[in-house]
Design a protein around this ligand. Structure first.
Ligand code: AHR
Length: 335
């Protein structure tokens, strides 16, 4: 049982007093509900969001969704603190400020997996619950945070690997375009892919390199890879959409046809990727659903009410394996 955060205790005490007063014919019954998120509770809950900031389409959708959910009308004051140039130091400074300020809860989307122990322990000492949003920490010490909310990166990348195995029964050479080194989801996605593809001897890894989630960098990296391998690459596993789109440009500029000569699979499920899949420039897109703000709000409410929550709350995501599937999904896509 995780210790009851400060705010929940406050509500618990207020609730008890209210119930006591109510029994004597006084006090408000709305404080008895002890809701953290403003529904029923009469206090604004302050949320410190240690965020990543500008990084690409997925991040923009995720952070906008969190900000659109934790509104004043919903009973929250969201303090948004994006990293400076993806720098972890700036995140740790923002985290420390939130602890010193005594916010009610901290949301953390970590730019780096490692290096969070001291910050998390400080929050624990201040009885401020920390919820990991999307990104995990490494090593993963679940005693240092209340829960993590994200799609399951291992399962998402396994779905990409299973597509590759089924699409290439006679095997092929593949290259992996990775996100930045040290980011938790990159390691999780590598494990999911390797555990499935690694068991298939005729799927041959030519190499892997980070392109830092960037289309431009992925184009440059994959141009070099194609030249160095006489274009003999059949599959690209790009760990996000932007890098997959960069690989597609590199394939086209090499005089090849994406979807025919080289099949590219990506993770995220942003509109540009589904549009490319509908056109045949990508071959498989695994959604990594960023729109989980409502779930996050429910979890914050539960945590501030001292309720137990699972250590990892998985956000459901789907996959798209054909131009028809992408075209059918596009009209309703929200990011
Ligand atoms: O942590 C999620 C990853 O970060 C997304 O897949 C990528 O697009 C983002 O930059």
């Amino acid at each position: 049982m995780r210790s009851i955060p400060r705010v929940a205790r406050a509500f618990a005490v207020t609730g008890a007093l209210a119930l006591g007063l109510a029994a004597c014919g006084g006090g408000d019954d709305d404080t008895a509900s002890g809701d953290g998120g403003g529904e029923g509770g009469d206090e604004i809950v302050t949320v410190g969001f240690v965020a990543v900031g500008p990084e690409g389409g997925w991040r923009q959708a995720n952070e906008a969704n969190v900000q659109d959910t934790f509104t004043e009308e919903a009973g929250f004051e969201l303090k948004y603190a994006p990293a400076t140039n993806l720098d972890q130091r700036s995140q740790i400074d923002a985290f420390t400020s939130f602890v010193d300020e005594g916010v009610d809860v901290i949301l953390l989307s970590a730019t780096e997996g490692a290096g969070w122990e001291d910050s998390l322990r400080r929050a624990q000492e201040a009885e401020i619950p920390v919820i990991l949003v999307d990104r995990g920490i490494e090593p993963d010490d679940t005693s240092l945070y209340v829960t993590r909310i994200a799609p399951d990166n291992y399962e998402v990348s396994t779905s990409v690997a299973e597509w590759a195995v089924s699409a290439f029964p006679d095997g092929g050479n593949y290259f992996v375009l990775e996100g930045p080194a040290g980011v938790s989801v990159v390691n999780e996605r590598n494990r999911g892919w390797d555990d499935t593809v690694g068991a298939v001897p005729n799927l041959v890894k030519v190499g892997a390199q980070t392109a830092n989630w960037s289309t431009e960098e992925a184009k440059s990296v994959f141009e070099t890879v194609l030249r160095a391998n006489n274009n003999d690459i059949q599959i690209v596993f790009a760990q996000n959409d932007e890098m997959g789109l960069g690989a597609a440009i590199a394939v086209e500029e090499a005089g090849l046809t994406p979807g025919v000569d080289v099949q590219i699979a990506t993770i995220d499920g942003t509109k540009p990727a589904l549009e490319a899949l509908a056109e045949g420039r990508l071959s498989f897109v695994a959604e990594y659903n960023p729109l989980f703000g409502e779930t996050l709000l429910e979890v914050v409410d539960k945590v501030l009410n001292g309720e137990e929550v699972e250590p990892y709350i998985v956000v459901p995501s789907e996959t798209f394996d054909s131009p028809e599937a992408a075209a059918a999904a596009l009209p309703d896509r929200k990011y």
